[in-house]
Design a protein around this ligand. Structure first.
Ligand code: PLP
Length: 397
């Protein structure tokens, strides 16, 4: 077609990770690639039962357009779910989304313009990098250590931007069991991050899909709760704690911000399907959410333990890795001289796949890093998979 495409479309690139993950279809491969939940946990029967009931009793609502902010029944259920994890909000501070990726898209539309700075962790969620890049905003990375974002570095970055007459439109952080690093931000850092953001009057975007998946029982207070809701926007989703197939998430923010988000969402999709909202609202009402999360925690804790034990057993001394206490990922750092993209093919020859680390870095660094997912592979595959990966790495070392 001979036509002129938009500036936005020219900022979209084919995902390097998706291209590489194509190889994972090879028979016999053990994949530690995508961030997928274990499908054996999906409550298929219960959802079938609820779906039939919703259609029978509320078909007139389920198959109709619904309010943009969400079905009242769903909003009530979501607020109840959050309260169980220590996060209180009102029905004026919530908007349903078609999962967190839409939440990120809406926040990008709301805050980011071409060349405007936005600050994020190094590394950070690749879907965030992708959607912020699409806006033409200038992404600025702040390194992380085992306690979360390095806040001295953040302050220096804000000073530098301030002197140049700019201020980031928001700071994007994933405080709980971060994707991709597995790191959880400490309580001290959470408090200081809020202080810094408030002193500069910069909104904090707290993306928290893994918050409920704590394997130790400890769940630190969210930025939303610690700040009393002041200056924080929280993104939530059921993709990781339940299943991603219904594309169900929500945003929490102050009333003024939610109002703007709702207006933007109207222009994007009018509403998230009432059908799926009513099904999930009933699922939560039946008290099934807690049960599902409990099962996911038991399953993923065993898989994490298996992967950590296998790394200890098989990996050569020069390799370092994170030791998460929840979520779905372990982050590996190889010696600087190794490019994990270059060893990907060797790993595929050894019948194992992972995700290369550099696309998670908005500044293009991180060539010597990689992400391993432990939630999706069968527990019996983990030791063999890590043994194969270690063999591929040893070959290159
Ligand atoms: C940190 C983070 N945010 C957002 C998402 C998007 O998830 P979804 O759109 O399925 O809710 C993901 C998915 O991997 C994620 O890890």
């Amino acid at each position: 077609m001979n036509c002129e495409y938009s500036k936005t479309s020219k900022r979209i690139f084919r995902s390097e990770i998706r291209e590489l993950l194509k190889y994972t279809r090879k028979p016999g491969i053990i994949s530690f690639g995508g961030g997928l939940p274990d499908a054996s946990l999906f409550p298929v029967r219960e959802i079938a039962d609820i779906t039939a009931k919703v259609l029978e009793q509320k078909g007139y609502l389920a198959l109709q357009y619904g309010p943009t902010a969400g079905e009242p029944e769903m909003l009530e259920a979501l607020l109840g779910h959050m309260a169980e994890f220590g996060d209180e909000a009102t029905d004026k501070e919530i908007c349903v989304t078609s999962s967190s990726q839409q939440g990120l898209d809406l926040l990008t539309l709301l805050f980011l313009d071409e060349d405007m700075p936005v600050v994020m962790e190094l590394p950070s969620y690749i879907g965030g990098v992708q959607v912020f890049r699409r806006s033409g905003a200038e992404m600025i990375g702040v390194p992380m250590d085992s306690e979360g974002m390095e806040l001295d570095h953040l302050e220096r970055t804000l000073d530098r931007l301030g002197k140049a007459g700019g201020k980031p439109r928001f700071i994007y952080a994933i405080p709980d069991f971060q994707n991709p690093s597995g790191v959880t931000m400490t309580l001290e850092r959470r408090k200081r991050l809020i202080e810094i953001a408030q002193s500069w009057d910069i909104p904090l975007v707290e993306d928290s899909p893994y918050r409920e998946l704590s394997f130790t029982g400890e769940v630190l207070p969210s930025l939303w709760t610690l700040s009393g809701g002041k200056g924080v926007i929280m993104l939530k989703t059921f993709s990781k704690v339940l299943f991603p197939g219904m594309r169900m998430g929500w945003i929490i923010a102050d009333e003024h911000c939610i109002d703007k988000i709702v207006m933007l969402k109207q222009s994007v999709d009018l509403c998230t399907p009432s059908f799926t909202q009513l099904i999930l609202a009933e699922y939560i009402k039946r008290g099934k959410m807690r049960e599902s999360i409990g099962k996911a925690i038991d399953c993923y804790r065993s898989k994490l333990d298996a992967m950590l034990a296998a790394l200890e057993k098989h990996m050569p001394g020069e390799i370092e890795w994170s030791r998460p206490t929840g979520g779905m990922f372990i982050w590996l750092t190889l010696p600087e001289r190794i490019d994990t993209k270059e060893i990907f093919n060797t790993a595929i020859e050894h019948n194992v796949a992972y995700v290369i680390g550099h696309p998670f870095h908005c500044d293009g660094s991180g060539a010597n890093t990689l992400r391993l997912n432990y939630s999706f592979p069968a527990i019996e595959q983990i030791d063999t998979g890590i043994e194969r990966l270690a063999a591929a790495i040893k070959e290159v070392l």
